[in-house]
Design a protein around this ligand. Sequence first.
Ligand SMILES: Cc1cc2nc3c(=O)[nH]c(=O)nc-3n(C[C@H](O)[C@H](O)[C@H](O)COP(=O)(O)OP(=O)(O)OC[C@H]3O[C@@H](n4cnc5c(N)ncnc54)[C@H](O)[C@@H]3O)c2cc1C
Ligand code: SF4
Length: 316
Amino acid sequence: MRSFSYERATSPGDAAAAAVGIANAKFIAGGTNLLDLMKLEIETPAHLIDVNDLALDRIDETADGGLRIGALVRNTDLAADRRVRRGYGVLSRALLAGASGQLRNKATTAGNLLQRTRCPYFYDTNLPCNKRTPGSGCAAIGGFSRQHAVVGASDACIATHPSDMAVAMRALDAVVETVRPDGTTRNIPIAELHRLPDDSPEIETALQPGELITSVTLPKPIGGTQAYRKVRDRASYAFALVSVAAIVQPDGSGRVALGGVAHKPWRIEAAEAELPDGAKAVTARLFADAKPTRDNAYKLPLAERTLTAVLREARA
Ligand SMILES: Cc1cc2nc3c(=O)[nH]c(=O)nc-3n(C[C@H](O)[C@H](O)[C@H](O)COP(=O)(O)OP(=O)(O)OC[C@H]3O[C@@H](n4cnc5c(N)ncnc54)[C@H](O)[C@@H]3O)c2cc1C
Ligand code: SF4
């Protein structure tokens, strides 16, 4: 690990301002992703801004009946919150499907959204990776790509986004609230937070330099039967090969978002019109532009079968 300087921020505005005032600075929250990347010299910040003292660890009800989740709320606390379990079961289940108890005790809401891909070539600094070193190439294309994206990928990068929580938040139409270095704030619908790789996979989100996530807002609960099913190589402590977040209403309508298949949580609202016709029709729309590799074509039928199981369970 390379040496770096460190400060503890005392207000969100100061943290955001410091992040652009000092070259190559990064925020650190739980550190469960960033520290691993620093040890491997994949991330080499010169300065860390610790945001843990910011008073962003509360879950509050909003005026319109939703919830505002502070950026520093730990994954464990969010999953266990009575209001989340009652009104947003898909979120609680997705959180509990992620990582391990110890990691969830440290991992924060913002850090989880901004965790980086688990592409094995991204972690191997001996191999080319456009995300780690722009312009160097992509070792996954033509390499072993069993875990990689089947849709929304590009000629520059076929990585997936690893978060379970983000998939549930996408189904729930969450909104990310931020403060920028000039002190202005903005709301970013979660659909617009994560980017597809295109020809610049190193740019992963719509956040501007120094922009700090302060909270995530969930709209009023929409009811329905909510489920999150994750298919992975081991029963725990493994990332999704495919995951399904679904909210199914008594009249058969609903919402579906997929994890493990793209560079961002994958939801196409128009596909949800097909729900009464079943999982095959929905996944046909979700994967209309899919370009699987030789190794990961199994994800297409796997997603369909997983959604079939989720819908059967929800309707029962
Ligand atoms: C062994 C292992 C298994 C795991 N399995 C899973 C899994 O199955 N599913 C899953 O979803 N996740 C899994 N994870 C990932 C884990 O959930 C993330 O590491 C964690 O959520 C990151 O949160 P953090 O607070 O520790 O982030 P940090 O490591 O502190 O930060 C991550 C990134 O977010 C940025 N950041 C942090 N806070 C803010 C903020 N407020 N505003 C702007 N930027 C910010 C940091 O600068 C950094 O770039 C696993 C991790 C490990 C190590
Ligand atoms: S898929 Fe993306 S993250 Fe993986 S090696 Fe290629 S460019 Fe890097």
